[in-house]
Design a binder for this molecule. Structure first.
Ligand SMILES: *Cc1c(COP(=O)(O)O)cnc(C)c1O
Length: 427
């Protein structure tokens, strides 16, 4: 929480002087003249991630095939090693986390194991405000079982178009439900859901539950083991700064160790017997059983450095600064941008918001384009959201202040009208 609030720039500078994490900013590649507030879409490159990637490339050059088991970073164990390195970030034990695949493919893998429709218990519950890829994946699993998504996919609606009421979600967990999947932090409004409460209700109804942590991992404290969720999956290129297309991660709760993965592959085999090349699959006794293929070593390399940064900074410190940054941004929005027709769509309560702020304006797409033209990088999400993510590892309070000034000047002058509303292929 901020001790006080003042809309002037000196207040931002004072917050920066008091920021214990300010020194981490220099570890990142920041472009001169650019205020980058899109770390919830693609986190910035750090020198640490670059260095670890180059070490992995050096291993390839110098060790060739010996790199699988030799050197300091043997690739054969890389998925497990990186899983263990981020276990604490997501409140899991090291054997419960694996760095493998990508977000949507991991959801497919996990759903193949955890979605087991039986008789009347056949439905999947998800959120209408969910990231579309998750919904596409879940629909395809229904179809693989010969079930019609129109009947068997229950999408819990948002009453206000922004947030989800946990009570309403829990009410949807009826006895005909075979799987629940949802994001911990919504990609649109940035709402952080009360996962502990939802997970307890799912457990009570004996409904397997999967959690998408794409907007949570590295941004908010997560306690997967304690919450008792059955599985989770997330990407590494948003708040974890693993680079474009970085290898994703998955979690399987230890009570499911020994359970056969839905989709098997030789890298899910017990390490000791994998190279016997037997045709009988001998799954690992950990989450490692859910690894299918050879690790994507070059897409995992940056995480060795990036995850070390998180350990150094500490998740509690990062969350404390993130909450200050987002509160400051919301206060500035109220002060400077609300009179210009903007409103904050993110919940105000600290325990109900993630790492970004959704600023709403009917001309959001055009405003985003104008902001980018002025060196402020946000992103646009339909229908009318400008997402601004001040990231505690590399953004400053002064940048937040400056970005809001630029935003206000654009809208006050109507300058965004010069930009077509078309946000382009990638926003
Ligand atoms: C970013 C994101 C994804 C991305 O999926 P990929 O398979 O990595 O392309 C999926 N789900 C959510 C909730 C996301 O935020």
């Amino acid at each position: 929480m901020l001790p006080s609030f003042d809309p002037g720039r000196p207040f931002a500078e004072q917050l920066d002087r008091q920021d214990p994490l300010a020194r981490f900013r220099d570890r990142f590649y920041l472009q001169p003249g650019v205020i980058y507030l899109d770390g919830n879409s693609l986190g910035l490159a750090s020198r640490d991630a670059e260095a670890s990637l180059l070490l992995v490339v050096a291993d390839w050059k110098e060790q060739a095939v010996e790199g699988w088991t030799g050197g300091e970073r043997p690739w054969f164990y890389l998925a497990e090693r990186l899983g263990a390195m981020q276990a604490e970030l997501v409140g899991a034990s090291p054997e419960e986390v694996l760095v493998t695949g990508t977000t949507t493919t991991n959801l497919h893998t996990l759903a193949a194991g955890f979605y087991r429709p039986q008789g009347r218990r056949s439905k999947i519950v998800a959120l209408a405000a969910e990231f579309p890829s998750d919904i596409y994946a879940l629909k395809s699993h229904l179809q693989l079982h010969g079930l019609d998504p129109a009947e068997h996919l229950v999408l819990v609606e948002s009453a206000d178009g922004r947030t989800v009421d946990e009570g309403q979600l829990i009410a949807a967990l009826t006895e005909d439900v075979a799987l629940l999947v949802h994001s911990a932090v919504l990609y649109g409004s940035g709402q952080l859901l009360d996962v502990a409460r939802i997970a307890a209700a799912a457990r009570q109804q004996e409904i397997p539950m999967g959690l998408d942590l794409s907007h949570a991992a590295g941004s908010v404290p997560v306690r997967l083991t304690d919450w008792g969720v059955d599985f989770a999956y997330w990407c590494s290129y948003k708040y974890l700064n693993g680079g474009p297309g970085a290898t994703g991660a998955l979690f399987v709760h230890r009570r499911h160790f020994g359970r056969a993965p839905g989709l098997a592959g030789w890298f899910g085999n017990t390490k000791a017997t994998q190279f016997r090349m037997a045709l009988e699959f001998d799954p690992a006794a950990t989450a490692g059983a859910w690894q299918i293929s050879t690790p994507t070593v070059l897409s995992s390399g940056p995480l060795l450095g990036s995850l070390e940064l998180f350990r150094e900074a500490g998740m509690a410190n990062l969350r404390a600064k993130s909450l200050r940054l987002t509160e400051y941004l919301m206060r500035l929005t109220d002060h400077y941008l609300a009179p210009l027709g903007c409103r904050v769509g993110t919940p105000r309560e600290p325990d109900r918001r993630g790492g970004h702020v959704a600023v709403e304006h009917p001309e959001a797409a055009a405003i985003c384009r104008a902001l980018r033209a002025h060196g402020v990088v946000p992103d646009f999400r339909p229908p009318a959201i400008i997402r601004l993510a001040p990231v505690p590892l590399y953004n400053s309070f002064a940048e937040v202040w400056q970005a809001v000034q630029v935003f206000g000047q654009i809208v006050a002058a109507g300058e965004h009208h010069r930009y077509a509303a078309d946000p382009g292929a990638v926003s």
